[in-house]
Design a protein around this ligand. Structure first.
Ligand code: C2E
Ligand code: MG
Ligand code: MG
Length: 752
């Protein structure tokens, strides 16, 4: 206990003893009674003289007394209750009567005072009211008056005896009341002492608490109570409702008053605020308000508690920081980033037409740095990467380390998130052209990036990030620096799981089918070839397109049997066309994984032999990215294919990000301009420029140039004008099943 509190303690005790001192004395004095009542020797002598006669006559009074008790229902009830509680009523009445009539005994005048006082105590204990006692004594007096009259005394003696009896009866009543009074004072004193002790204990407790406590009367807007620490902190009149409002941080004052209003409205309320209590350094405090409601449900009082939570607040902030920050890079972690993303999505939803871009970045071959240079270098590299990324993104955009070597960037709502993402990505990729210094080493680090845009590629945080990762993995597979999510071709992880169990069975159950799409000479409109495109006639999902099949098959290691099947089926079909007199070359698509298979060329040679078809009837389509994976190997494969006449087309040309210099090194025959440039080639100046350049480039290198995705006659005409060689697209025909393709060919040759 502090010195101050000790002082208070002794003051409280002093107050308590002062309070008990003020209690009236519970004792009585028989002498005082006799003095006040003027009970003289003459009175005593007179009573002595007539005692015998009085005693004999008084026996009659017991009947009057019994009737009095039981005729009054309230008194009777008390007597019955006395009986019920195990008391003997008749015994009680007898003794009561005896005390009354004892007036005529030898002790009548002196010596029975205490007995009378005790009687008063007993009455109070048993619930007998003083008025009932007074009533009984009135009857007794009446009776005595009659009795004295009957004694046949001289007038003077009658007067003396009557006066003595009157004094003594009233004295007896007084003594009984003395018992009531004494008992009450004793119990009240005890209770008072008990209450005072309790109060002083509570006050000591409240004074010892570190919290500031106070209560406010709402109707009168005044302080009802303030505990000692609060009184000492702010001496003088305490401001209502907050003695310390001036010390509250300016930004928190309004919310503090709002919280008060909540309590006044009858709700328990809590708020955390910053304050410099009485000029002390700023701390965090928690204010809790507990309203008390009156019988009408209105708040009558509010009890307030203010506690210092600075340590708790610091710990919590630290913990929050730990749980939301990546300790290695100091960037937000996945949890915090997800919060930022959700906020951005909410903001975007409020502005129609606005979009949010979510970018997932993965460091290529990061494991290699860790394994070869050690974890410490790996960690410092990650920190440098984080810094470099941070230098590129705007402050309003949120960069986070999502885990391991994966980072995430969220671009705040924009009208064209795709463009914004492309701008940031270009800056990032450019910034990664500069190697990272690690000790005396210069490390070249590259990234693969996947992007999604809200709302097109997902409407919640989970879907957007998952799809950005899916796009990132596709970019990795295709050796591209970045890819946007493509809802048509990107397979969700759930779908991957579903298909992974079904693809093998699909091959065995003949659920795969090849569709054929014609390629047509732009000058003559004559058919010059057909591209074989995979379809999966799924037993429950209908036709599944290749872009949903190939990535899963590649991941499962199932692509090779599929490519074998496609090769076999397409060549058989080609032989059928040949044998029916419509000889036509067929193109098949070879994925990156299949292209890397060491047995690919052998298999192609074997398949050609099996089908009895010469190599000129087969063209294989590969993407630039596939070629770029290993240029030397690619060249060797293409050279070997060329020996038996198989031609090679570069598919989706223009979407790769590699240099064009590889082209002249490889025996390529055809460039297939990606459909993204063809779709709007009739209207878009930039597309026209790109397509014109590709056509020129292809022709300069001696290649045939085919445009993919020709959907309408305007594109057809434009391509014709630009000197493109051939076209493929819906304008000519959609990919057709084998039967439909044969019919289409017959119709085309008839009309041609
Ligand atoms: P791709 O080789 O570029 O094939 C052209 C795609 O464009 C086909 O989609 C075709 O249906 C579509 N297409 C053709 N003309 C038009 C048009 O005018 N407008 C539009 N919007 N689209 C048009 P499909 O059949 O869905 O194939 C998608 C991709 O899947 C192919 O792109 C190819 O990369 C791959 N693929 C198809 N079959 C196989 C296969 O047997 N093996 C491998 N590894 N990949 C295949
Ligand atoms: Mg193709
Ligand atoms: Mg293509």
């Amino acid at each position: 206990m502090t010195e101050k509190n000790k002082d208070r303690d002794s003051t409280n005790r002093q107050q308590l003893s002062d309070a008990s001192a003020k209690l009236p004395n519970t004792g009585f004095s028989a002498k005082e009674y006799n003095y006040i009542f003027h009970i003289t020797d003459d009175d005593i002598a007179c009573l002595e003289q007539h005692r015998g006669l009085l005693a004999t006559g008084s026996v009659r009074f017991s009947e009057i007394y019994y009737n009095y008790l039981f005729d009054n229902p309230d008194i009777a009830d008390v007597l019955y209750a006395y009986e019920r509680n195990g008391g003997e009523t008749s015994e009680f009445i007898r003794s009561e009567l005896a005390v009354m009539l004892d007036l005529f005994s030898t002790r009548g005048l002196k010596g029975r005072e205490q007995q009378l006082v005790d009687r008063g105590r007993r009455h109070l204990e048993n619930g007998i009211k003083p008025v009932w006692v007074a009533g009984a004594y009135r009857l007794f007096l009446d009776f005595l008056r009659e009795l004295v009259g009957e004694l046949g005394l001289q007038r003077r003696d009658r007067g003396r005896l009557g006066s003595a009896l009157l004094k003594l009866v009233i004295r007896d009543m007084g003594l009984i009341n003395e018992g009531y009074w004494g008992y009450l004072l004793e119990t009240a004193g005890k209770e008072f002492a008990h209450t005072t002790e309790q109060y002083s204990r509570a006050e000591r407790l409240l004074a010892g608490l570190p919290q500031l406590l106070w209560s406010v009367d709402i109707a009168e807007n005044r302080m009802l109570y303030a505990n000692y620490p609060l009184q000492t902190l702010y001496s003088g009149a305490l401001e209502v409702p907050y003695p310390f409002l001036e010390d509250v941080h300016e930004e928190d004052q309004e919310s503090l008053l709002t919280t008060w209003q909540e309590a006044v409205n009858g709700h328990q309320a809590t708020i955390e605020t910053r304050m410099s209590l009485a000029g002390a350094p700023e701390h965090w405090y928690r204010l809790s308000l507990y309203p008390t409601l009156n019988h009408r449900g209105r708040t009558s009082e509010v009890h307030c508690m203010l506690e210092d939570i600075n340590v708790e607040h610091d710990e919590r902030t630290q913990l929050e920081q730990l749980s939301t920050t990546d300790s290695l890079t100091g960037l937000p972690n996945r949890t915090l980033w997800a919060d930022h993303l959700n906020m951005a999505l909410a903001a975007s939803r409020r502005v129609p037409g606005s979009q949010v871009a979510v970018i997932s970045l993965d460091i290529n071959h990061f494991k290699m740095y860790n394994d070869t240079l050690g974890r410490q270098v790996g960690d410092s590299l990650l920190r440098d990467i984080a810094k470099r990324l941070q230098s590129v993104v705007r402050e309003s955009d949120s960069l986070a380390r999502l885990g391991g070597d994966q980072f995430g960037i969220l671009l705040q709502p924009e009208s064209n998130a795709k463009m914004a993402a492309e701008r940031v990505i270009t800056q990032i990729l450019d910034s990664f052209d500069i190697p990272f210094s690690c000790g005396d080493k210069q490390l070249s680090v590259s990234l693969t990036i996947g992007v999604t845009c809200f709302p097109d590629h997902g409407t919640n945080e989970e879907a957007l990030l998952m799809n950005a990762e899916t796009a990132m993995y596709r970019a990795k597979r295709n050796s591209l620096p970045y890819q946007f999510f493509n809802p048509v071709s990107d397979v969700s992880p759930a779908e991957q799981l579903r298909y992974s169990g079904q693809i093998k069975g699909a091959l065995e159950n003949n659920e795969f089918e090849l569709f054929y799409q014609p390629q047509v000479d732009l000058k003559t409109s004559g058919i010059i070839g057909a591209e074989a495109l995979l379809r999966w006639q799924h037993p429950t999902e209908g036709t599944v397109l290749p872009q949903r099949i190939i990535p899963v098959a590649e991941q499962l290691g199932m692509i090779s049997p599929i490519t074998d099947w496609v090769l076999r089926t397409a060549l058989q079909q080609c032989r059928q066309w040949n044998s029916s007199g419509k000889s036509l070359p067929v193109s098949i698509n070879v994925s990156a994984r299949s292209f890397q298979s060491p047995r690919l060329v052998d298999k192609i040679e074997q398949a050609l032999q099996n089908a009895g078809i010469s190599g000129e009837y087969l063209e294989i389509e590969i993407t630039e990215a596939t070629l770029m994976l290993d240029l030397e190997r690619a060249k060797a494969v293409l050279d070997r294919l060329a020996t038996f006449g198989v031609t090679v087309a570069i598919d989706d040309f223009g979407t790769g990000y590699s240099s064009l210099s590889y082209l002249k090194k490889l025996p390529v025959h055809t460039l297939k301009i990606d459909q993204s440039f063809i779709m709007d080639v009739a209207f878009d100046k930039q597309d026209i420029a790109i397509v014109r350049s590709i056509i020129d480039l292809g022709h300069n290198l001696g290649y045939r140039v085919v445009a993919e995705g020709v959907e309408h006659s305007m594109a057809w005409n434009m391509l014709n004008n630009l000197g493109c060689d051939a076209a493929q697209g819906f304008h000519i025909s959609r990919p057709l099943s084998e039967d439909h393709f044969s019919s289409w060919m017959s119709d085309a040759s008839c009309s041609g």
